[in-house]
Design a protein around this ligand. Structure first.
Ligand SMILES: CCCCCCCCCCCCC[C@@H](O)CC(=O)SCCNC(=O)CCNC(=O)[C@H](O)C(C)(C)COP(=O)(O)OP(=O)(O)OC[C@H]1O[C@@H](n2cnc3c(N)ncnc32)[C@H](O)[C@@H]1OP(=O)(O)O
Length: 242
């Protein structure tokens, strides 16, 4: 009996040690990740401001930041992994939709269709994303370091109220502007007959993507409103599992 109790406590200690090491490694990685992402989006903000001050126009701005934007926005895929392995307490689905829709906007819309890169709507979502991500990653960083200034917490859980709809407007207007070019060029389309016997029309795919904002965006927005109530007003919220 005594020996099994001893075994139990040794096992428990080992488990606790493993958890501690795992959480120390996870915290170190998350701190590094969030600092790198804050820095990346700050570089984007500074490049955009410098471009606008020097040229006095937003035309050509996308080209000047394209590489940095593609790198940091694509790297955010790591966040889906963070949720999947459980080192952050966020839904894989919510994070997955958020990150994938952004990657889609960058790679399959803005980067692929040169003719729309100078649209005002592109500038709108770029500015909104940049402000949001600098706030979000600096919030996570200071939070992990246990030195979170209240104004960053306030910004994280208030700015999105306006920024989220503005970002969505920018994204939807950009996809809408892309439609005529996609239709005319037939890009990413597969017409029958072909050896795979599959037909795909990117134009209709884009219309479906636009329509999918109707059910998906409110879920992300209400998720953030619940987070806001929890973080700023201390409300206990029971979330359903994925
Ligand atoms: C393939 C084709 C796809 C086509 C799909 C088309 C449909 C698309 C519809 C979607 C529209 C999206 C539009 C969007 O792109 C527009 C914009 O973004 S505009 C700019 C405004 N945006 C925002 O404000 C973004 C808000 N969203 C988010 O912040 C996150 O992405 C989200 C995952 C939605 C929510 O975040 P989360 O659930 O993580 O909330 P919290 O920040 O409160 O965090 C919860 C806890 O997790 C800890 N955490 C999370 N991440 C980290 C991290 N990196 N490091 C450390 N800790 C982290 C956090 O601290 C919390 O922990 P605790 O509860 O212990 O305090």
């Amino acid at each position: 009996m005594a020996s099994s109790e001893e075994d139990g406590s040794v096992e428990e200690k080992e488990n606790n040690n493993k958890k501690r090491t795992k959480s120390a490694v996870a915290t170190a990685w998350l701190t590094f990740y969030n600092i790198a992402m804050t820095a990346g989006w700050l570089v984007l903000a500074m490049t955009m401001m410098r471009f606008y001050i020097q040229k006095g126009t937003h035309k050509g701005l996308y080209r000047s930041i394209a590489r940095t934007l593609k790198f940091f926005q694509t790297f955010a895929l790591v966040e889906v992994g963070h949720c999947a392995i459980g080192i952050v307490r966020t839904s894989v689905i919510v994070t997955g939709v958020q990150v994938c829709s952004r990657i889609f906007m960058v790679w399959f819309i803005t980067n692929s269709i040169r003719q729309i890169q100078n649209e005002e709507s592109v500038l709108l979502f770029l500015v909104v994303w940049t402000v949001t991500e600098i706030t979000r990653y600096s919030y996570y960083t200071f939070n992990l370091l246990n030195h979170l200034p209240y104004f960053i917490k306030w910004a994280r859980y208030n700015l999105f109220i306006v920024m989220y709809p503005l970002g969505v407007i920018g994204e939807l207007l950009t996809i809408y502007a892309a439609l005529p070019y996609v239709r005319r060029s037939g890009m990413y389309c597969m017409r029958l007959p072909n050896k795979y016997n599959v037909s795909f029309d990117y134009y209709y795919c884009l219309i479906i993507v636009m329509l999918s904002y109707i059910p998906l965006f409110p879920q992300l927005y209400f998720h953030m409103l619940r987070q806001r109530r929890k973080m700023l007003h201390g409300e206990v919220i029971v979330e359903k599992d994925d």
